[in-house]
Write a protein that binds this ligand. Structure first.
Ligand code: CUA
Length: 185
């Protein structure tokens, strides 16, 4: 008979369990550390503001009425860009924002779930009907950045994109109402 001593095998089980729990603990700590580091140093955060809006009436009045869409500079100097994501386009199709300044993107959808990302930046969010998706960011380089829809929303999904035109601060010239529109190129 080659049966192990019962005390010995129990000790071995305990050692194996300890080894696994140390491994799992290291992984969990590494994942939490990664979330914290990217959140604090790279501005990678989950969109967290829960703000409701009626998708059936958002186009009639308020901030998502047609005349209020696009980039607006407030009296306090804050830059806010409002965009509607709808099957299968963004309104407006181009938004102009200044480089190196805090920009708030506010988006919503009157129909189905869309999603946006701005190429080469940390901007990435879902746009869900009934809610306002809000992202704060600072665009660090100038140029025309592609903003595609990244959530399958129907047959025209692949044609759905907008452009974020990032201009140097001295070229960012909102009109007397605080509105800035894309320069024709
Ligand atoms: Cu909108 Cu895909």
């Amino acid at each position: 008979m080659t049966q192990t001593h019962p005390e010995l095998s129990e000790r071995r089980i305990l050692a194996t369990e300890l080894l696994w729990s140390v491994g799992v603990a290291v992984l969990v700590i590494a994942i939490i550390a990664m979330v914290l580091v990217t959140a604090l140093t790279m501005g990678v955060n989950p969109p967290s503001n829960v703000e409701r809006i009626d998708p059936k009436t958002l186009h009639l009045s308020g901030e998502f009425a047609e005349q209020n869409l696009g980039t607006m500079v407030g009296s306090d100097g804050s830059v806010t860009a409002r965009v509607i994501a709808t099957q299968f386009m963004f309104v407006p199709r181009c938004i102009q924002v200044p480089e190196g300044r805090k920009v708030t993107l506010r988006m919503t959808s009157p129909d189905v779930i869309h999603g946006i990302l701005v190429t080469g930046t940390n901007v990435n969010t879902m746009v869900i009907p009934g809610y306002v998706a809000q992202v704060h960011t600072v665009f660090m380089r100038t140029g025309d950045l592609l903003m595609p829809c990244h959530e399958y929303c129907g047959l025209g999904h692949s044609e759905m994109y907008a452009v974020v035109q990032v201009v140097p601060q001295n070229e960012f010239k909102p009109d007397s109402n605080g509105r800035a529109v894309c320069a024709k190129r």
